[in-house]
Write a protein that binds this ligand. Structure first.
Ligand SMILES: Nc1ncnc2c1ncn2[C@@H]1O[C@H](COP(=O)(O)OP(=O)(O)OP(=O)(O)O)[C@@H](O)[C@H]1O
Ligand SMILES: [Mg+2]
Length: 404
């Protein structure tokens, strides 16, 4: 196995040097390829594509090819066993194991995983013991934490196979580490107005991180507020606070249904949609109409483009939705940017816009804030948690305190 790695690596290096998009390797024996529909075909050659990647880490190697990852563990990891190379990869967000089938999520993308010498029962039993999960036949599903991962186990008696879901718990930075104190207080006020807020920006620009950070401060200052978090991929962890309800979409539980159910039964003050992707935009903005603060993240390079493409999403179900419809239903757009400076990634809030009379009004743009009068003019006398002036003063004071 290791020899074929060396071969693959050399071929890749050669292809990279020549700038080739694709290079074929002739197999010694005919290989069998199983595609997504489980049909088999025999192949004499394999394509080493430009997006095929080999990653070597301490505990093993990972080979990426389209939507498949092959894992070759090199050491016996006492906790994670053959899953160690996946856990070691910093970008891994989720690992799903069901019987001997494994999937992972990396940067929001799902991959099928094939692991050499994988013993699922042994690996999962060891993780149950090491994480101290309380699981037995009277309680066949259980949650636990280990090494910065949240684990969820199910015994085969529930679903016919042993199951584990592992989700990486990301560290949420304090809001003042991301934005300056003036903006921190204003963004929190914006949520509490209540507003429909979309945090937009390119992939990996820190949208989810800013969203989590805003929520973390709100929970710390106003613990009585009820928050519902609805996601496709679980990324937002605000701790086990009793006033938070988490839901994760699945094949039989689409996002739109979860949002509607959440508004009806959980009665949140703040509704959080992890990422806006499609026609669920309508149920998300509906929250705003009901006086609930509605927050989400959305892939888009700038505020104008975000408004255009959101109108497009709305038109998927209501044909006459326009840019003006978006402007009327969404109150605030926060624009994140990602820069690469001297090899280091910097993420920051580039602008904050308020929608007013079908226009985008800048509240903040590259270091410049709108005046205090302008900011106040956007608010009613009372916000979700009390009088505007009292709450705004309280937040500004808290933010000045050193422990913020
Ligand atoms: N302010 C920050 N300080 C340090 N690290 C950060 C910060 N913001 C984001 N990151 C890191 O950058 C990575 C991407 O951040 P995040 O997931 O928040 O981006 P995103 O815009 O939501 O990405 P996606 O488009 O994939 O949803 C994460 O690993 C996160 O921990
Ligand atoms: Mg995100």
């Amino acid at each position: 196995m290791l020899r074929s790695f060396e071969l693959l690596k050399r071929k890749l290096e050669k292809a990279e040097k020549k700038g080739e998009d694709s290079v074929k390797i002739k197999l010694k024996k005919k290989g069998i390829r199983v595609d997504n529909e489980n049909s088999l075909s025999q192949r004499e050659f394999v394509d080493v594509k430009d997006y095929m990647k080999v990653i070597t880490c301490k505990s093993g190697k990972l080979v990426f090819n389209e939507d498949v990852v092959y894992v070759y563990p090199l050491e016996r990891n006492p906790t994670w066993g053959a899953l160690a190379p996946i856990v070691e990869l910093p970008e891994t967000q989720e690992i799903f194991v069901r019987g001997d089938r494994v999937w992972i999520t990396i940067g929001g993308k799902r991959f099928r995983v094939y692991i050499k010498n994988f013993e699922p029962e042994k690996t999962i039993n060891r993780l149950v013991i090491k994480s101290g999960a309380q699981i037995d036949y009277s309680k066949p599903q259980s949650e636990a934490e280990i090494d910065g991962w949240r684990l969820y186990f199910k015994l085969p008696l529930i679903s016919g196979d042993v199951e584990m879901t592992a989700t990486k718990i990301a560290n949420i930075p304090r809001l003042c580490k991301i934005v300056n104190p003036v903006l921190a207080a204003r963004l929190l006020m914006m949520v509490l107005r209540p507003s429909v807020v979309a945090i937009i920006g390119p992939a990996g620009s820190g949208k989810t991180t800013l969203l989590s950070s805003l929520l973390k401060e709100i929970i710390a200052f106003f613990p009585h507020l009820r928050i519902s978090v609805i996601e496709q991929v679980r990324e937002i962890y605000l701790g086990d606070v009793s006033n938070i309800a988490y839901s994760k979409a699945g094949p039989n539980t689409p996002i739109t249904m979860l949002i509607r159910q959440s508004m009806r039964y959980e009665r949140p003050d703040i509704l959080v949609l992890g990422e806006l992707r499609g026609e669920e935009i309508w149920s998300w903005v509906e929250a705003g109409r009901l006086g609930i603060a509605a927050l989400t993240t959305y892939h888009s390079p700038d505020a104008k483009k975000a408004v255009f493409s959101m109108a497009e999403l709305m038109r998927q179900s209501i044909h006459d939705a326009t840019v003006e419809t978006v402007m009327q239903l969404i109150d605030c757009i926060i624009v994140m940017k990602k820069f690469l400076i001297g090899g280091a990634i910097r993420r920051e809030v580039e602008g904050v816009y308020f929608t007013h009379d079908d226009k985008l009004v800048a509240l903040y743009k590259r270091g410049i804030h709108a005046s205090e009068e302008r900011f106040k003019s956007l608010f009613p006398e009372r916000v979700m948690v009390g009088d505007f002036n009292v709450v705004y003063r309280f937040l500004k004071r808290k933010i000045q305190e050193s422990d913020f």
